[in-house]
Design a binder for this molecule. Sequence first.
Ligand code: SF4
Ligand code: MG
Length: 325
Amino acid sequence: MASLLEINNLSIDVKVDKETYNVVKNLSLSIGKKQKYGIVGESGSGKSLTSLSILQLLPDVLNVSEGNIVLSNDLDLTAMSTKEILKVRGKEISMIFQEPMTALDPLFTVEHQIKEILRFHGKYSKKQMDDMTIEILDKVGFAKPKQLLKKYPHQLSGGMRQRIMIAMALICKPKLLIADEPTTALDVTIQAQILDLMKQLTNDYDTSILLITHDLGVIAEICERVAVMYAGTLVEETTVEKLFSNPQHPYTKGLLQSINSLGEKGKRLYSIPGNVPSPKETNKTGCRFASRCPYVMDVCLHEDPPLFTVEDDHYSRCFLHREEV
Ligand code: SF4
Ligand code: MG
């Protein structure tokens, strides 16, 4: 599959008390054209920071210390000036977040906010902007788009706001849509509708998706390929089918066990014991999952596990795959 976005050996650092810590460490992955790619992990895994770094949206205390992110084979996003990256945001790559209320401006109407994006990224006549606005609102499922134009964000439900966000994210038909926990704040029934909508519209527009979530169920719903992240490192990467049918990394197995125990009556919900270590705790060498891993061995405490190829197109970062261990 032709690649759209390449993340190459990306490390993100934070400075605390004059010490530098890796919050993302040597991450590499590749998202194909039109592909729906998921990154899954608990909070603290570095998945949101990875997505923010794509558009240079990291908070000031964090910085990319190694590696780069390349769009369409030749645009190095990490090397762009502020002016250049502003042209990419919303046009080539757009983003939606968990809480649409924070991303929408409470002071402006829906119409104003949608047209603002068109004004910034293109030269359209008033008539063109009117038509495009109505068209996209129709596409995201509003039966009477005209009635929405003069509404303010607080007059809309959470699901409606998320539809508006999707409309704004897709109006320029971007190459990539980054969606960070897009449905976490919504009711379960609305969640499914929003995921369907994202799937359908990105298919129509040939847009790739990078979906960030803590929920493997959401990944199964929408993605073709997936990276599992733990404490800033990629621990497993493969197709969604292979991840579910043949999980390899002990952390992935734990995550799957926690969703599989959902809904089984009388059974306690399984969760992986312990917490994601803080960057301070992960700074040393060794497997970052060691403190929670039921299979931990001596080598895991002293060496960083490399990424092993466990079967065709399936990678896992664990010493259990090393034959001589
Ligand atoms: Fe567990 Fe060791 Fe594998 Fe890490 S490398 S997941 S500690 S067995
Ligand atoms: Mg997050």
